[in-house]
Design a protein around this ligand. Structure first.
Ligand code: GDP
Ligand code: MG
Length: 738
């Protein structure tokens, strides 16, 4: 009996899946929403995503972060740590629309990942922790969404908690993010004390059933006249706010002379327009963990966030030709490297030849549709959707895939023509965005920390190097180099968590238990004074005489790494040089800039100039290369180097009365205050650059100084020189003396 019940359930489930698959296959661009979920860590992104999948029928049981069985946090480390590191793509159908959702990491060490996934989405849901409001990382992701001009919704989560305050979240949105929130919902208390929701537009009260994991909810017209009056007032407020930014709605209000006569449909349409134009942000609420409010959040995604067609108009120049943006590469154990492509125009088919923006032709071996770590093979994917492709070998993140050179040329020609036609309203900013859309090489952040990495034994060195190569394709912000002086492999990255994740992935996915050395700040070096020298080396190797005589110069220069001195006295010598010799010489010389003499930092803003070289007959290439490197090393010691330290750009938002305390602390940290400006009535925004070396533990220090009222975001913003005292301290630290 039990068995037949179970199999009946299974049959139902399979039927549902098949219907979904059928629906998903015949989806058109207007029926698709590509969205990202962004939040401060622990606000509930993963839990919210899990609930969406559950209610959409994609999973049969609820995953919980603390039980480690969620679908989207599929890497073992994520499960163990309960945080999201790799953005994963999931797809589900909701009320006739197909939602492609990218779950994104919330930790500062992984901002590059968030940045990449934002290229692939048309709108975002920002999740707030109702008990914490707008937090540090919320500000960061909000700024990123601003940069990509993404329409967004806010979901105030954890409203089941007794310390959650909805109004404070709304205040935070205005004060800390300068947003225009539109409350489409308000929290309600049910008779049993459970969280319920008032719908401000329809004037209904929604109550979620708990005995079926919140699958169903009841909709009731309001009982008490007091509630009705309150909610009516809120509805009027909403219409008033909205008609301030939407002319169509304003006209209706003026012609009917009453808020009450404005229909729900008109409000929803106006809210959609205003959201898509990023004039307002609809706010919803609920509790993902307690299964409250998620269906209405998905309804809002369908109703208010744009379709792929409504965005990405710039790619119209491709017509029906293929245009697809590579936004991520992941490594799959069974399938090898998989390339995630956001389809912008045309169609991608299995077996198709495509051209990457680097000009390489590639063949699409297989195409899958996403469901976190599971993929379903499909034969084609159309514009508006996300395709996961196997078989691409040289394509990297940020590439634009097109069908041929001709197609790309034609598109560019059409774009220029349409721009010329639209010249009067030309907008500089727009130009930048367009440039980014076409040239599209991902900006890989410079590593700000490094540490040595050692395999458990010599025999696993090669396996470790292979594994690191694969991890690097997935995560270009991981740098791997080899220190010839110490004979160690060195990892560069964005922070401690970043390195830890690499270590644990090496263990769990590649079974290599590496040791990481102490985490150190990645300084760079630059030469102090220009210098020129000549080096003569001579050696007998296995009876053959090797000799090189080389004159090189180092100079401060930010543009060209290597140049030739074509002055009359040297031009003849250099013109007679064989190209292959020049090539190895260049390689040796530039390679020597990888490690400066002070702390082994990369030497930057420095140019090598070749004046003269003579290479004895029969001298090996490797000998020429080594001589060039030796000559540069000698020069670096002569000219001396100065350290450049990584600088972080921070944005701090805090109440007016806390500003002086925060600034006083910052000045003790060698910070450069760039601007202090008002943010809302009660807060100020501080823009400040500070050396990374002074920022260890800063977020908790800021919490103490501001009693938890300040929020902060930071990202690396380059390298800068330091004074002599700070420099010698840094050198002593790097040598392990301090
Ligand atoms: P993420 O870091 O944003 O992905 O957040 P998670 O989904 O991993 O959630 C962080 C923690 O908050 C987990 O322990 C969740 O169980 C818990 N959590 C998530 N949503 C809610 C909620 O609505 N109410 C409460 N009380 N806890 C929640
Ligand atoms: Mg998560």
């Amino acid at each position: 009996m039990q068995y037949s019940l179970l199999s009946a359930q299974l049959r139902c489930y399979r039927l549902l899946l098949r219907q979904q698959a059928h629906f998903i296959n015949r989806c058109y661009s207007d029926d698709i929403r590509n969205i990202g979920i962004l939040a401060h860590i622990d606000a509930g992104k993963t839990t919210t995503t899990e609930r969406m999948l559950f209610y959409a029928g994609k999973t049969r049981s609820l995953g919980e972060v603390h039980r480690g069985n969620t679908v989207t946090d599929y890497l073992t480390q994520e499960r163990e740590r309960g945080i999201t590191i790799c953005s994963s793509a999931v797809t589900f159908a909701w009320n006739g629309k197909r939602i492609n959702l990218l779950d994104t990491p919330g930790h500062i060490d992984f901002t590059m990942e968030v940045e990449q996934s934002l290229y692939a989405v048309d709108g975002v849901v920002v999740v707030l922790d109702g008990s914490a409001g707008v937090e540090a990382q919320t500000v960061t992701v909000w700024t990123q969404a601003d940069k990509h001009r993404l329409p967004r919704l806010v979901f105030v989560n954890k409203m089941d908690r007794s310390d959650a305050i909805f109004d404070k979240c709304i205040d935070d949105l205005k004060a800390k993010l300068d947003a225009k929130p539109i409350c489409t919902q308000l929290p309600a208390k049910n008779v049993d004390g459970q969280l319920g929701i008032y719908d401000v537009i329809t004037l209904e009260q929604l109550t979620w059933q708990q005995n079926d994991f919140g699958r169903t909810y009841s909709i009731a017209k309001l009982e008490s006249s007091f509630e009705i009056r309150e909610l009516h007032e809120k509805r009027n407020e909403l219409i008033d706010q909205l008609s301030g930014v939407d002319d169509e709605l304003a006209e209706v209000v003026i012609s009917t002379e009453s808020f009450d006569k404005v229909s729900n449909e008109l409000i929803v349409q106006a809210l959609r327009r205003a959201t898509c134009q990023q004039k307002v942000v609809p706010v919803l609420l609920g509790s993902a963990y307690k299964n409250i409010g998620i269906q209405r959040l998905m309804d809002a995604v369908n109703a208010y966030l744009p379709t792929p067609k409504e965005r990405n108009q710039i790619y119209n120049c491709f017509g029906d030709d293929l245009a697809g943006k590579v936004f991520k590469i992941v490594h799959d154990k069974q399938r090898g490297p998989l390339t995630l492509v956001r389809m912008l125009r045309g169609e991608l088919k299995r077996g198709m030849r495509v051209l990457s923006s680097r000009g390489q032709a590639e063949v699409i071996a297989k195409i899958y549709e996403p469901l976190a770590d599971e993929y379903r093979e499909v034969s084609s994917v159309r514009a508006g959707d996300v395709a996961i492709c196997a078989g691409l070998k040289s394509t990297v993140t940020g590439d634009l895939l097109t069908s041929s050179h001709t197609s790309l040329k034609n598109a560019q020609k059409r774009l220029v023509q349409s721009r010329e036609a639209a010249a009067p309203q030309y907008d500089e900013d727009e130009l930048d965005v367009n440039h980014e859309l076409f040239s599209i090489e991902p900006k890989i952040p410079d590593a700000v920390y490094f540490c040595s990495i050692e395999p458990p034994s010599l025999s696993t060195q090669t396996a470790m190097e292979q594994a690191l190569k694969q991890l690097q394709r997935e995560d270009p912000s991981l740098r791997v180099s080899y220190d010839t002086v110490t004979g160690q492999t060195v990892l560069g990255g964005m922070g401690e968590l970043h390195m830890d994740i690499i270590k644990s992935r090496l263990l769990s996915e590649y079974k290599i238990d590496v040791d990481l050395g102490q985490l150190q700040i990645a300084y760079k070096e630059t030469i102090e004074t220009p210098a020129i020298t000549t080096l003569s080396v001579e050696k007998d190797i296995a009876g053959s005489k090797q000799n090189v005589n080389i004159t090189l110069q180092l100079a401060n220069n930010q543009n060209e790494l290597f140049s030739l001195d074509k002055s009359p006295e040297n031009v003849q010598n250099l013109n007679a040089l064989r190209p292959r010799v020049l090539q190895v010489l260049r390689k040796g010389a530039i390679g020597a800039l990888e490690r400066g003499p002070r702390v082994g930092g990369q030497v930057v803003d420095t140019q090598i100039r070749l004046h003269n070289v003579t290479v004895g007959r029969g001298t090996a290439d490797s000998f020429v290369m080594a001589a060039a490197a030796q000559c540069v090393q000698k020069l670096l010691c002569i000219s001396g180097t100065r350290l450049l330290e990584p600088i972080m750009a921070m944005q701090i938002v805090a109440p007016n009365e806390r500003i002086s305390g925060i600034i006083a602390d910052l000045s003790r940290r060698r910070a450069l205050i760039k601007d202090v400006m008002p943010k809302g009535d009660r807060n100020k925004l501080i823009l400040v650059n500070a050396p990374l070396a002074e920022l260890s533990g800063y977020s908790s220090a800021l919490r103490t100084i501001s009693s938890g009222t300040a929020s902060m975001t930071m990202q690396p913003c380059g390298f800068s020189e330091m004074n002599a005292a700070d420099e010698s301290l840094a050198v002593r630290r790097a040598q392990g003396l301090d």
